[in-house]
Design a protein around this ligand. Structure first.
Ligand code: ATP
Ligand code: MG
Ligand code: FE
Length: 340
């Protein structure tokens, strides 16, 4: 089954073609990062308007790349939520209109299910069941995954998400937008000099809290006589050490608790080199395997939506098409069910 996937939940328009027999055929992305950078964050109305401009040209682009025509599409997947309502509406209405016109089935995909399953697009995909660490701009969750749609939440952030902590910390040190990649780049030149807390490192549960860490950075920054490049690098180093130590320890705890032997990491923070280094090291010690998406599929993309949608469409081929549309800006992953 040839499935077109459309992602438009936030500031990236992603389109991809996934074939359930042949795998990923093509994918294309347009990031709005430069457009929003001037505002220091995503401006929802600008995001929606840009998705309108990009979605169809990107669709034509992936069709050309895969040497396919619109008429060959057998199913359409789109991000239904969570995300920005206006942005989601653009992808949803384009996807549903196309599905109606082509008379093919469609499915609304949960954005986080997309992230969660993204490592399965790689060679040697992890088998179920596994523990998933989802660390993105809006979420920091540990989950037990027994199959498509079988997600049990093991731990969550009590406040900021890991990516959000990177972004906000970068912002207060004025080191660019989005903060995650910029801060980790600076951290590479940093060294141990400052000490920051490790919030909830030893809490008995699998929850996280990152907002206090950001406040600790603010205090540290305010106490510096001057914020020269070296100081920023050293603070970035220590901040990254703190976040990656917490994430690594909680992953190992979740594996121990569930007695599972596979860890799957996804979301934008999953691109962080230091995190991968620490997880690989800790997992090797425990005889556990770790899977990641390729770097470009850690952050938002169409391929993960095409894949998650293809899995669902493939499993529910008989159902009657539903071309009505509604978006779900807030949508709990644990509400999902396995495809019937
Ligand atoms: P959600 O999926 O929860 O709705 P999102 O789609 O905004 O949020 P992603 O696109 O998965 O999140 O990831 C973006 C986040 O990842 C940003 O917060 C960004 O700073 C962070 N990020 C990206 N690369 C890195 C990196 N190398 N190190 C740390 N953080 C990173
Ligand atoms: Mg993004
Ligand atoms: Fe995302």
């Amino acid at each position: 089954m040839l499935v077109l996937g459309i992602e438009s939940s936030c500031d990236e328009t992603g389109v991809a073609l996934y074939d359930t027999r042949r795998g990923l055929l093509a994918h294309a992305l347009h990031s709005q990062i430069d457009m929003h950078a001037a505002y220091g964050g995503v401006v929802p109305e600008l995001a929606s308007r840009d998705h309108i401009r990009r979605a169809l040209p990107l669709t034509q682009q992936v069709l050309a790349q895969a040497d396919k025509t619109l008429q060959e599409i057998e199913g359409i997947a789109y991000t239904q939520g969570p995300g920005l309502a206006g942005a989601l509406l653009v992808g949803t209405s384009i996807a549903q209109s196309l599905a109606f016109a082509l008379n093919v089935p469609s499915v609304g995909v949960h954005h986080l299910e997309g992230h969660l399953l993204a490592p399965m697009l790689e060679e040697n995909p992890p088998a179920f069941p596994f523990v998933a660490l989802l660390v993105s701009g809006g979420h920091s969750q540990l989950m037990r995954v027994d199959g498509i749609g079988q997600y049990e939440l093991l731990g969550d952030t009590l406040d900021d998400a890991a990516g959000e902590a990177f972004d906000k910390t970068a912002k207060l040190m004025k080191i660019g937008y989005p903060g995650g990649p910029a801060l980790s780049k600076l951290a590479e030149s940093g060294k141990p000099r400052f000490q920051l807390p490790r919030p909830m490192l030893n809490s008995p549960d699998l929850n996280f809290s990152f907002s206090g860490l950001k406040t600790a950075v603010l205090t540290l920054v305010n106490n510096q006589p001057q914020l020269d490049e070296e100081t920023v690098q050293d603070i970035a180093w220590e901040f990254q050490e703190s976040v990656t130590e917490i994430l690594t320890l909680k992953c190992m705890k979740a594996l121990k608790q569930t007695k599972l032997k596979r860890l799957v990491v996804s979301g934008g923070v999953g691109a962080n080199k230091r995190l991968r280094e620490r997880l690989n090291e800790a997992a090797a010690k425990r005889g556990v395997s770790v899977s990641y998406p390729r770097l470009e599929f850690c952050t938002d993309n169409g391929a993960m939506i095409a894949f998650a949608g293809a899995m669902r469409l493939h499993a529910m081929q008989q159902s009657t098409p539903d071309y009505s549309f509604s978006v779900r800006p807030r949508w709990d992953l644990a509400e999902l069910k396995a495809p019937a």
